[in-house]
Structures are given as C-alpha cells and as structure tokens.
Design a binder for this molecule. Structure first.
Ligand SMILES: Cc1ncc(COP(=O)(O)O)c(C=O)c1O
Length: 368
C-alpha cells in the first residue's frame, strides 16, 4: 500500500533547486510573485485586533459571510458552497464525492495532466483513463465521449489549463456537462486560473446548470495568496452534505484569519487589480516566447494560466535534464514527463517570477 501514491515530482525539483550551488530562477512552482490586493493586508491587520472568540473554530463549511459572498457572485445557493483548503482540497472532495456515488470507479482525465489529479485518483482507490488533448492543449469533447462509459465516476477538467495554457470554449464546457449527464457521472471543473484568462473567452461550468457538475476554485492565484489556503467547491444540492462531512472529518474546519482576509479583499477589490495581473502575465508571455523563438524552441503560447511548455531539440523533458538545466543555466522548470507520456519531450516553465526576462536570456544563450 505504501507505494500506491507518491510525493509529487515538483517537490523533488524544488528540493534539487533549493540545494543547488548556483543562483536558480524558480520557474517550477505556481506561486504568484506579485502583491495581493491592499484590502487583503488590511483585512489581516484588522483581524489581528479582533476578540478572542474570533480566534476559535469557524463553521466547518466556512465563514457564512464568505460563503454568501461567493454564492452571490457565482449565482448559486449558499448551501452549495463549501470553503476548502485551496482548490487542492476542493478537487479532492469533488473526486471523492463522485467515487462514493458507486456509479463506477474510473476518473477520466486529460493528457497532459495536472499531476495531482491522478495522484488523488489513486489515493481514493479509483482508476484513471486519459484523453489526449491536441498539440495546443485543446480538448475534443468527442474524444471524451468515446472514453466515457458507465464505469466513469467523474471527468476532471481544468480551464485555463495547467500545464498547456489552453482555455476551453463555451461549447466544449457545455458538451462536457452533457457527457457527464449521459453517463450519470460528475464533471469536475477546476477553474482555479479563471482570473488569468487572456482570451476573454473563458466559460465556467456554472453557466450550465446540472446535478452532474462540481466547480472547484480558490483565491490562491487570483489574490496571490497560495499560502492562505482558501478555496471552494460548488456542489449540486444532492451531493453537498456528504462532502461537508468529509471536509469536517479531514480538517475539522478551515482557517478563520485567512477566510476573514479573503472576504475583506473580495468586498474591497475592484476589477483593476485582476486586469493588472493579466497585463503583467501577457508581457511575460511575450518576453519568454520571444526568447524561445531566439533559442529555436517549439512552444505553446498560453491562452491563460501561468505556464509555457517548450521543447528544445535533443533535450527531452526528463527529471535528469531538468536537474542538468538547473546546474548549467540556473533556470528551474518542470519535466514534461510529470504531466504524462505525451509531453515527455517537453519542459514546463511557470511565468510567476520577476526574473522571467533573465531566465529567458539564460535559456536562449544555452540552447542557441
Ligand atoms: C490546476 C490546479 N488545480 C489546483 C491547484 C491547487 O490550488 P490550491 O493552491 O488553491 O490548492 C493548482 C496549483 O497550482 C493547479 O494548478
């Protein structure tokens, strides 16, 4: 049983980069390097001076005002919202809930895949079935339809996508909800990068009302607070109670100071904050892909999220090559093999570093 699930590979790369003798630019993790909204800090300061009763357990499913705020923004009932420890726990609750319905034990995933999905599937005793996406990361609903069966408990998708940067069309999302309904399965739509849609065409699965879809999200990326651990899942009314119980049994409750600060930030932060972050990302995409052009690399230009996948001739995306790149250029990326077989030749670089330009120059010089 010990070997059924493993420490995610990114952890090993971070460790290797941390122990390197050279100055390493971290393009591994998805930690925003920019400021959270000012109101987030204000909320935290304010919280520090509150009464001791505010330092005790919050309601297990989350602070009511935060659930109400999310419900109103997303057009759902407050009862459907569970505040989680980031999108990570939201995905776990959603996948566990789909599997415990006993309508099959298979989880359909896309390839390349965010590695935590297969990790969680195995941990939960499910099996994986991968649907390959196109070279640009787009998902063909008919391929999902062909892969799905009565054994399918859930279809887990992520748009904007980590690692490909693809943003799925509204039609694709509509079809995915329909496929889940056809097989009495659950579409789990992980929308953690929704504020980093660079196309303006992002579609949430919430647009298609259904008892067969769960939407997961978090403030980790949108408010630049991956360390706060505040996310949420929106369940169909019939599925929410058991998910709340699982959340309570695993966590007791979430973090009250984090939820307080997030609520304050949501109420006080206007659209400019998010727009500025997208503009910064657009600039970084341009800087980085220009350098990849100079290096003669093949790459995907992200439509959203934080990541660029690149392929350098004769330099497959193995863990060994990633370590060599750290040692010889001081740039740390993720091995493509972490995301499945289809991107073994590729490396993934996260654009959440103030040193994107320098990293791009180092790579261009190395591979030119
Ligand atoms: C696709 C995807 N889902 C979920 C997460 C985890 O989000 P959180 O930090 O909110 O748990 C990440 C983090 O990088 C991610 O890329």
């Amino acid at each position: 049983m010990d070997t059924e699930y493993e420490t995610p590979l990114f952890f090993h790369v971070m460790e290797y980069a941390g122990n390197a003798d050279t100055d390493v630019i971290d393009m591994v993790s998805g930690n925003p390097d920019w400021e959270p909204p000012a109101a987030l800090r204000d909320g935290l300061h304010e919280y520090a001076d509150s009464n001791p009763d505010q330092f005790q357990y919050p309601p297990s499913e989350g602070v009511l005002e935060l659930r109400e705020e999310i419900a109103e923004r997303r057009g759902v009932a407050t009862e459907q919202v569970v505040i989680t420890n980031g999108a990570g726990e939201a995905n776990y609750l959603a996948m566990a809930r789909a599997l415990e319905r006993d309508r099959g034990s298979e989880i359909v995933l896309t390839e390349p895949v965010y590695p935590y999905y297969p990790g969680k599937t195995t941990m939960l005793g499910g099996t994986t079935n991968f649907v390959e996406t196109a070279a640009d990361g787009q998902l063909e609903p008919d391929d999902v339809r062909a892969a799905a069966s009565d054994e399918t408990a859930a279809i887990v998708v992520n748009s904007p996508n980590n690692p490909t940067g693809a943003v799925y069309s509204r039609e694709t999302i509509r079809e995915l909800v329909a496929i889940a309904e056809e097989h009495d399965a659950i579409l789990v739509s992980d929308e953690v990068y929704d504020h980093f849609d660079l196309t303006g065409r992002f579609a949430s699965a919430l647009e298609f009302d259904s008892d067969h879809r769960i939407v997961t999200n978090a403030f980790s990326k949108s408010l630049a607070i991956t360390g706060f651990r505040v996310g949420y899942a929106i369940f169909p009314p019939d599925l929410v109670e058991n998910a709340k119980s699982r959340h309570m049994l695993v966590n007791v409750a979430g973090s009250r100071p984090s939820q307080y600060a997030v609520l304050h930030a949501l109420r006080e932060t206007g659209p400019n904050y998010y727009e500025q972050n997208r503009d910064r990302l657009r600039e970084r995409v341009e800087t980085f892909t220009d350098a990849l052009d100079a290096a003669g690399a093949e790459y995907t230009t992200p439509q959203g999220a934080f990541y660029v996948m690149a392929r350098f001739d004769g330099y497959p995306g193995t863990l060994e090559n990633v370590e060599r790149l750290i040692d010889e250029t001081g740039v740390a990326g993720m091995p493509g093999e972490a995301f499945g077989d289809s991107r073994r030749e590729w490396l993934r670089f996260a654009l959440v570093s103030p040193r994107v330009e320098e990293a791009a120059e180092r790579l261009a010089r190395y591979f030119e």
